[in-house]
Write a protein that binds this ligand. Sequence first.
Ligand code: FUL
Length: 506
Amino acid sequence: MANFIKYHKLTSINAWIKGALMNKLSIFTIIIVFPGYLMFSCISKTIPPPSASLPVPTEKQLAWHELEMYAFVHFTTNTFTDKEWGYGNENPEVFNPTQLNVDQWVKTIKDAGMKALILTCKHHDGFCLWPSAYTKHSVKSSRWKNGQGDVVKDVADACRKHGLKFGIYLSPWDRNRADYGTAAYVEYYRNQLREIFTNYGPIFEMWFDGANGGDGYYGGSNEKRKIDGSKYYDWPGTIKIIRDLDSSVVFFSDAGPDIRWCGNEKGYIGDTNWCTINTDTIYAGKPDINNLLNTGEENGKSWVPAEVDVSIRPGWFYHQNQDTMVKTAEELFHIYLSSVGRGANLLLNIPPDQRGLIHENDVKALKEFKKLKDSIFNKNMAFNSKVVTDSYRGNSKEYAGSNVTDGKKNTYWTTDDEIKKGQLDIYLKNKETIKYIIIQEYIKLGQRIKSFTISVWIDNNWMEIQKSTTIGYKRILKLNPVKTNRIRINIVDSKACPIISNVEIY
Ligand code: FUL
């Protein structure tokens, strides 16, 4: 009994202490912990990022977008025979550059602000710039270095030495081969790809040319041959062979699969340019698809961004009579705005001459182009500027407007999922004359914006000065120069909540 009383006294004392403690804890909880928790959770609440608006680029494609501008180099027997398309019967001995200096090519290209080089290892005439084990129709039968030279190796090495990426063009159409049009030729072509990818890689881009003209030498047959461009080369099989050798390469052709043609050779992509397209019905050389390639498709199922290929001269190969026809710095800058400035990449052809050098006139034009471009994009007036938006995702700073002027490519402004428009007002410190605006979507999560306008604050009013459609990886808008201290980007419509990672003003 004594034990019983003792036990109950003790338990009730314990209960009392516990109760008191609990009460204190409850009071403590109500006064301090709970509001603290609420405040903490408000501050630290992470709002999830928007989910991807499919399709999205692969890592390789993202890296490709960032290259923006690189050079094409067309060089073969045509350089010495003054032709654009060699017939295939050229004597390999004619290939004999007297002062070949690939360092001069690479330096010129790099100094112009380009990040890669794509070399025509074999053009339609079939002459190979490397000593292929599968044909005699190559540098090894030329007078250059007594047949001991290898242009592909020299260029690949020079690119690596100077920090440029190296890419290749290997014409599927071959006007020299007797077996062109048969299965044996496709095997020949694949063997050459194996050779190049094994000996000269890594290769950042492989350029498949859709041209299949018809007539040619074909080992002496001198006839017209037609192949079915959609089937003959079995592209999926060919591409698999290469991917197994080098998984880092991106493939260019009319239809992709990684990069698509822009639909013309004049140097422009559509003002509306979707990186997305439905590739199912497109194949290299298919007629009447140029307009589609030029704009892409808003609801395309695959991410296949466009590359704009154009030559600095009228021809793709060097011709002395075109020495005075080299595009001027202003023309090159216009091309830059119509390609890179519309979310495509620019592949600018710069053909070496018979000496094996990039001609002085081309070097001069490239230098002036670089100077002009640098003078225009000299000081980004928007850097670190205040940005006021009509809304931002979950009211979380992580997605606020200031992310577009912080100079970081992985931060962005975006809205709540259901909001498909938005306004970003960029406040400059002083009134400035503005001439260009650069806008970039955060394409990692897909291309979204369908239409937008630009307005400036003048005389206490917003004045609309530009109206356009897509933005994509990069949009550069040339403005009629205007003095203002406030610029409004108004996203009018978007496939999903808009996401902008960067805005620059010049
Ligand atoms: C075309 C070719 O026929 C031209 O000669 C040039 O190589 C150009 C880049 O592609 O299809």
